[in-house]
Design a protein around this ligand. Structure first.
Ligand code: FE
Ligand code: FE
Ligand code: ZN
Length: 277
């Protein structure tokens, strides 16, 4: 069975978001660990978290994904931004242990001037500093569209980060269909080729989750604009074929399409039907 959900607001707690997810046919979801612009996270409500852990098990939820704030930029050349990134990352990892054995996804970051190699070294350093043997969370690097000086625009850059991380069992990749298409991976005309390249450069064992989005912007545009399924340059047919592919069909998939709840429910249903074909 396809594991699919969407990005939802956690502002009313884990039980609320889990019931909302279940109500639209989802068996996973994604949420921001705090305001996407950064700032303080809400205190963990232990009773709520306990109930959620039971609910998720009883309802056979797949792993859920916490998304780091967009402002988290580990490889910034600004020491204050760097310090903020480390503080948020450490705090989020600590909080994730209240919902153990799930995923923490982050954007590798943008280097402003110092070059990709330096940026990759900074990301590796922080991961080696913060990841622990004891943590149950797997940290996911998101594939990026390559706008500006974004790191993670190619499988090679992501592989270079993984290569430097000591605790490799604590790290993985979240593949965003909109982002890789915009970055120049042709999942419309050459899906098998893209997956073969992923396997060769990074390796399937590292592929842990999917962001399932259509792309408003054309192939290889290096622009990051999500579209509803079927309303972008990737298209419904290619995304339906994508979710059925052997390489990804068992992974949790998160819609980050511009939708309300009813819209998400419809896309989840569409993708579940497609996965059964
Ligand atoms: Fe993201
Ligand atoms: Fe994404
Ligand atoms: Zn995006």
């Amino acid at each position: 069975m396809l594991h699919i959900g969407c990005h939802l607001s956690i502002s009313k707690g884990f039980m609320h978001i889990a019931k909302e997810a279940a109500s639209i046919g989802a068996d996973t979801f994604q949420f921001f660990t705090r305001n996407p612009q950064g700032g303080r996270a809400k205190d963990i409500d232990e009773a709520d978290v306990k109930k959620f852990n039971v609910f998720a098990k009883e309802n056979s939820f797949a792993k859920i994904i916490a998304h780091a704030p967009y402002t988290l930029n580990i490889c910034s050349d600004n020491p204050q931004t760097q310090e903020f990134a480390e503080m948020v990352f450490a705090d989020d990892l600590h909080r994730m242990e209240f919902v153990p054995h799930n995923y923490y996804n982050f954007h590798p970051g943008s280097h402003v001037g110092q070059g990709a190699d330096k940026a990759i070294a900074m990301i590796i350093d922080l991961l080696n500093k913060l990841l622990t043997e004891e943590q149950t969370t797997t940290v996911l690097l998101e594939t990026m569209s390559g706008k500006g000086s974004e790191v993670g625009r190619s499988f090679e850059e992501l592989a270079a980060i993984i290569d430097g991380v000591k605790l490799k069992q604590k790290i993985g990749i979240c593949l965003d269909t909109c982002h890789i298409f915009a970055a120049g991976y042709d999942i419309v005309n050459n899906l098998d080729g893209v997956f073969a390249e992923f396997e060769k450069i990074i390796g399937f064992p590292y592929l842990k989750a999917i962001h399932l989005n259509d792309s408003l912007m054309p192939y290889a545009s290096n622009k990051d604009r999500h579209a509803k399924i079927g309303e972008g340059a990737i298209g419904q047919f290619a995304l339906e074929r994508f979710v059925r592919h052997q390489a990804v069909k068992d992974l949790p998939m998160i819609l980050e399409t511009p939708n309300d709840l009813a819209g998400y429910a419809a896309e989840i249903k569409m993708m579940r039907i497609a996965s059964d074909k």
